[in-house]
Design a protein around this ligand. Sequence first.
Ligand code: 0A1
Ligand code: ZN
Length: 850
Amino acid sequence: MTNEAPQKIYLADYKPFPFLIDGVELNFDLAPRATRVKSKINFRPNPDSDSREFFLHGENLKLISAKIDGKEISPEVTDLGLTADVPDAPFVFEAVVEISPETNTALEGLYMSGGMYCTQCEAEGFRKITYYPDRPDVMAKFKVRIQGSESVLLSNGNPVEQGEGFAEWHDPWPKPAYLFALVAGNLVAHPDSFTTNSGKEVELNIYVRPGDEGKCAFGMGALKRSMTWDEEVYGREYDLDIFNIVAVDDFNMGAMENKGLNIFNSSCVLASPETATDANFERIEGIIAHEYFHNWTGNRITCRDWFQLCLKEGLTVFRDQQFTSDMRSRAVKRIDDVITLRARQFREDNGPLAHPVRPESFVEINNFYTATVYDKGAEIIGMLKRLVGDENYKRALDLYFERHDGEAATIEDWLKVFEDTTGRDLSQFALWYSQAGTPRLKVSEAFEDGTYILTFKQETPPTPGQPEKDPRVIPIAVGLLNPNGDEVRETCMLEMTEEEQSFRFSGLAAKPIPSILREFSAPVILERETTNAERAFLLAHDTDPFNKWEAGRALAKDTITRMLTDDSTVGSDLLDAISKVLRDDSLDPAFRALVLALPSADDIAQTLFDAGHTPDPSRIHTALETVALSYATHLQDVLPKIYADMHVDGPYSPDAEPAGKRALQGAVLSLLSRLDGGNQARAQFAAADNMTQQLQALACLLRIDRGREQLAAFEEQWKDDRLVMDKWFNLQTALAAPEAAVQTTEALTKHAAFDWKNPNRFRATLGGLTGNMAGFHSPDGSGYRLVADWLIKLDAANPQTTARMSTCFDSWRRYDADRQALIKAELSRILATPKLSRDTTEMVTRILGD
Ligand code: 0A1
Ligand code: ZN
């Protein structure tokens, strides 16, 4: 049986909703299987619409009664919503519906997690709560009354009344339904307060389940730092009397920016030194900032329709990246962001799921919360800022906030504020929003009579539905170095607009060594003939930290790919260059750790594929292990000293400086364990008083196929901590030796603590396997089969997480014919599942392609 082709929605079909809303009153009578939702909505005809069709979205609702202007009506009800005849004048619509939060495993709408009620309404979850025009351009003021026996009853806005068994909340700011939230539970608060720049006192709370109180302090600090930063850098103040964060264990994504009531996946807010790693702390700080920043970029100014998702997401990611750079190291943050961009977005942009940052059609909007919309969306803003300059960027943003506050805006509105501020024509720049695919930038050079000429040629490969591309505007930051290592030209921003374009630098005594695309000034793939000697030179001398790192990365990638294509060995050029960086005490330890880290197996596979080879996952694994062992052997005289030097005295702090030292110490430990059979790692595991070092040590042991004892000790120590146990599940599937990975994963799915309906646990376990390239791509297809079995099972309960995880198959065309056939068979099996969700159907169909 095949599933019906679901309906596509097009950007070009946008029409405003025929009615405006003057106010919404909601009344919730909570019960796990029979929550009653009463709504009262004041509608009036929208003068900007010529339609009077009254359709309200509604899914999985039991309609008890409906009224218009107080009179009972019998509307036409389908699986998707309700239609009724309405007056051509203002009117009041009332409805009573019944819903069942306890059986809602999709985690969309009102559901239950660990005994508490919570909601997730973005993108289209409000329609599972009551009948409503569930679209972001319909904005209204909400009044909410909650009746329930829980000690904490929360909604958006400000609290107006509370008593035994009820609470009432009014949100003075008009908002779309996707920002609605409700929480009810026996929770405890970690309270604090913040005084805004203009002297307004704001009450802050992080609500958690009893037992988690000790894990809130860092998140609260991050929230206050975010509030201060947004005032100082963007001039944006908070606008309610209260700001609440709630941690929930069952959540499909990271967190949600509901007005005044952010709901967080507990993994993205709870942290203590004993249970969270340095990377967790940094991520938590970034996500808290991200959700808080949405208050202006997303909530006060929202999106006209879901095609404009990048308007809020690209900008908010850009803002959280700026924030993290300011809080930590700008250089390290940029390198981290580019590693993530390449791993997720470039991969997406190169495969069957490629789509423009602003897509033109979708079947299920939940499938478009992608690396492209978020991370490439943020890169576009970075490019815009580089092109117009910091001052103009600031002026354009001030204008954006002033002009569009309270509105549901579009990408055109966004670009217009930049055009109006600078007088520039951004029509060509707008191609970044409409054209998918990562541009390839080919570089050639010439040197004559003291003039150095750089010639660039841009080309973007075809992507689904877009065979041809027009040339884009590309900001290319370039600096020039003398052969002696001095910088002869400081960074300048070249602005490429043609398909092919040359730039000249005159007055040079010798042919310079160029440092191109500094700070990764555009999300493109640079293709330039160069030598490893030049890469080593740039790794040693480049003044731009991003390109310095990039040179080392290119050197390592070149070595690894050549090991796989022409059986060459690890050369001394790479080893000596890495050794120099590692020994250079003047460099930030976090930066040195990044230089020491090897490119991922996935990165190597894509690089080989792009160069016309068929990647073999198991050989890639072996090559990476060989390089690691060569590093260890070559550096063995310095490793113990650096390990000791990176020791941090005193109590644990998640700040960038000690975290950077631990990062380098961990990278060194990983090399050391290849030489000492894991002795140092065992000692670190035994002595660790923080999760970063405990987990590092365990990972090192698992990587060399040791650590059974430590694994058991870890489980015993942490069996009651859900978030730490996610790490325990993940580490085993992610780091298992290729031939053991599938079996390990299968065994773990039978573990009593494998709660497959919990997205964190499911992702930790199965996602660990799909990220373990050689294990997942086991030649017998057992990895594919196991993952497909679990996706089929999960789809019936939680389509959103299933669809998202099905992307593990998106790179199937890279591999050999046998693997391709095995993957295709699994994808077809998934697609043939009776009642497969719309979400997964769309994703698997796109992955399979034509
Ligand atoms: N807007 C949130 C992410 C988010 C999106 C969708 C969700 O459910 C489908 C949940 C959260 C953010 O950018 O943080
Ligand atoms: Zn966001």
